[in-house]
Design a protein around this ligand. Sequence first.
Ligand code: TYC
Length: 106
Amino acid sequence: MESNRPGEGDGDAVVENAKPKLKPPPLYKVVLLNDDFTPMEFVVHILERFFSMDRTQATHVMLQVHTQGRAVCGVYPAQIAETKVSQVNEYARKHQHPLMSSMEEA
Ligand code: TYC
């Protein structure tokens, strides 16, 4: 409540509007890298399993990596991108393929 007593008003106080402080969280691209050894079918499986692509999309992205050296599999907030990269790299390692993914700011 405002006080009505003399001397307790806010006089000519100017209240600046505070700048909104919350920036949207940065997003990261998960990038799949080409190599000479990982079977194409395994890469398609990775894209279906970890990036929820259907076979047509997954084949397209796999061929993009194969011909251009790399392709973006998805764009996510930092923690999700980190998890995708770990899952892909660990899964490939477990199956003894050199396939690698990495992340970079979008
Ligand atoms: N270049 C691989 C081959 O010829 C296929 C491949 C595609 C590997 C995409 C990795 O991220 C990759 N078998």
